[in-house]
Each structure stands twice: as structure tokens, then as C-alpha cells.
Design a protein around this ligand. Structure first.
Ligand code: HEC
Length: 172
């Protein structure tokens, strides 16, 4: 084999090895990691855990709700979150309320505007083993994010490893 070809084969082998060693979130067999493709039932009746306001381009107002398993784990500071935990982050535009501001006589009241998306994290350590035991879900207008988009969730949430991939703290 010519030297050049040998190098190519070596490089390809190395790349293959790297791909095997560093599965970028996905399963060992190369299939994309599963994510949440259906809106969990009854999420609007979940209990409130905390709220966030993202300024800048997002300009978003969010409420984090959790089912009973999630809520109790937050309240008791239980980590990792048990299987069956469902977190629902409801996101809205952050808009001034003309109605309220008229009463106050100045602009100081902001409320949820149009909904933008709902994001979910569902704990199932078997089904979602490739993404830290969490299934990520993103829905806008009732449609879920595509597989390419859903790849972004886990690598960033992994930064919250110390709290089982969850950033939000229980609001007292
Ligand atoms: C660049 C980093 C980053 C990416 C990418 C990201 N998130 Fe998050 N996510 C955060 C941070 C930081 C918070 C807490 C602040 C907030 O809620 O705005 C958060 C909060 C959440 C929450 C509330 C629970 C928690 O961890 O606090 C859910 C649910 C969620 N994200 C789902 C998703 C989904 C689904 C995706 C992919 C479509 C995604 N996130 C992509 C950083 C990220």
C-alpha cells in the first residue's frame, strides 16, 4: 500500500475510533438518542416550582411546573430525581400589561404574552440512558423539535451534572 493511502486508512480508522469513544449524544449503535415526542398529559395541572425571566433576544417569561414526583423531589432536595419525574417549562413572551400599568400610572407590570414553546424533561433512566436518564422535549405550536435540534439539549444540561442536569432551584 502506498504511504499516502496508508495514512488515509489510518486517519479514517482513528476517526472511527473517536466516533466510537465519544458518542455525541446518541446511542452506541449510532441511532440518535430518543427524545420526548408527545406532550405529557395533564402538564398544565402540575405544581409550580419556580419562574424565570430571560432578557435579551429571548425576552421570555417562564414557569417551571412539575408533576407530584418532581415536586416532592424538589421540596425534599432529593437527588437524583426519581424515574417518573416530569418537568414542564412553559415559555411566553415577556410583555408589559397596559391594563395594569394604567392603574399604577407607570410602566412597571409585565405579564406572560403569547406562548412561545413548552419544554419538558422526563426522567426514565432506561429509555433515556443515552442522555443522562432524561428525555428532552420541545414543542412549539404542538409540534416537537426535530432530531437535529433536540441534540442541543443534553450537552448544555450536562453542565448541571451536580444537580442531575436540572438548573432550576425550588422557589421557597
Ligand atoms: C445553552 C444551554 C441550554 C440549552 C442548549 C438548553 N437548555 Fe434547557 N435550560 C438551560 C438553563 C440555563 C436553564 C435554567 C434557566 C431557565 O429556565 O431559563 C434551562 C431550563 C430548562 C428546563 C427547566 C428545568 C431546568 O433544568 O432548570 C427545561 C425543561 C429545559 N431547560 C429543557 C430544554 C430542552 C428540551 C432543550 C433542547 C431543545 C434545552 N433545554 C436546551 C440551558 C439550556
Amino acid at each position: 500500500m502506498k504511504h499516502f493511502e496508508y495514512l488515509l486508512v489510518a486517519a479514517a480508522t482513528m476517526a472511527g475510533l473517536v466516533a466510537l469513544v465519544v458518542p455525541a449524544p446518541g446511542r452506541a449503535d449510532g441511532e440518535p438518542a430518543p427524545f420526548v415526542t408527545e406532550i405529557p398529559q395533564g402538564y398544565r395541572d402540575f405544581r409550580w416550582i419556580s419562574s424565570t425571566h430571560e432578557a435579551g433576544k429571548l425576552n421570555s417569561l417562564g414557569a417551571l411546573l412539575g408533576n407530584d414526583v418532581a415536586f416532592n423531589a424538589f421540596r425534599e432536595g432529593k437527588l437524583p430525581f426519581p424515574d417518573g419525574t416530569i418537568l414542564a417549562a412553559l415559555h411566553y413572551r415577556y410583555v408589559p400589561s397596559d391594563e395594569n400599568n394604567k392603574i399604577f400610572g407607570q410602566v412597571q407590570s409585565f405579564v406572560p404574552g403569547a406562548p412561545t414553546n413548552i419544554q419538558f424533561m422526563v426522567k426514565d433512566s432506561t429509555k433515556y440512558a443515552a442522555t443522562g436518564g432524561w428525555g428532552f422535549g420541545h414543542f412549539a405550536d404542538g409540534k416537537h423539535g426535530d432530531a437535529a435540534f433536540m441534540k442541543s439539549c443534553f450537552p448544555c444540561h450536562e453542565k448541571a451534572k451536580a444537580t442531575d442536569l436540572v438548573f432550576t432551584r425550588y422557589a421557597p
